[in-house]
Design a binder for this molecule. Sequence first.
Ligand SMILES: Nc1ncnc2c1ncn2[C@@H]1O[C@H](COP(=O)(O)OP(=O)(O)O)[C@@H](O)[C@H]1O
Ligand SMILES: [Mg+2]
Length: 248
Amino acid sequence: MSVKLNILRQEGSNQPISWDMTRWPHMLISAPTNGGKSYFIKYLLCVINLHLSASFCVIMDYKQGIDYWQWRDNENVFLGDSVYDGFNKAYSIFENRRTNPDKKYPPFFLVFEEYQSTVESIVKKSDKEAFLKKVGNLLRLSRQVNYHLICICQRIDASAFPAGGRENFAAKIAIGRLSPQAKQMLFPDDEDINRNKGQGEVNVQFDGQPVIEAKTYTIRDMNKAEQLITDLLSRGLPLSEEAVARSP
Ligand SMILES: Nc1ncnc2c1ncn2[C@@H]1O[C@H](COP(=O)(O)OP(=O)(O)O)[C@@H](O)[C@H]1O
Ligand SMILES: [Mg+2]
């Protein structure tokens, strides 16, 4: 059975575009500053809360900007330098699930804002390699345990990903103007892409399908949206899973 979420609408027709998160578990989002990355993430978190009532979510934002500040005290929100701890915590949820991969798990989303800046901030080469190895494991092995990595980048550089890792992002979304470099990283095989997009305007591609021109949905009531995100985050971390996996 697949789970689908309407996350974007088609340019022109406004028909909903759905993300089949069973088939395409991981998402890579790229946009220039002010392109609307965080705005889109907020919309996505609302959709997740409304449609997946049993899901869990961890948010990491190295930039520590205003976007998630109001949720900074949540145990599943990691800002600034706490993102490294956050990543390890989120990774341990994956490892716990992998010890019993045939069990049914509720959806888990690791929302990784400023992904590329985070990787670049890791000074020691061996630490960076260890980090990228874990990202690679998540990308390759977490589908079966209903674990979804949502990576958000301002720039996309191959060096921020484990070897072959980018190909495991089966859902790719570029919001706003698409730089030639980002085009090459995200949609290398598609020659006639409209790169001239503005805020909230999107090129989206699911594995094996053509690039679609789309738009983000408008958040009509930001207070209500933030309330929905508060609800989602108040579910905390799936710690009961951890307890089960750790018990002898
Ligand atoms: N589709 C949109 N419709 C209306 N306002 C938007 C849209 N996308 C972004 N914004 C607004 O533009 C500003 C920058 O968006 P933001 O999501 O913070 O960009 P980014 O995270 O890519 O830097 C914010 O004030 C946001 O509310
Ligand atoms: Mg942002």
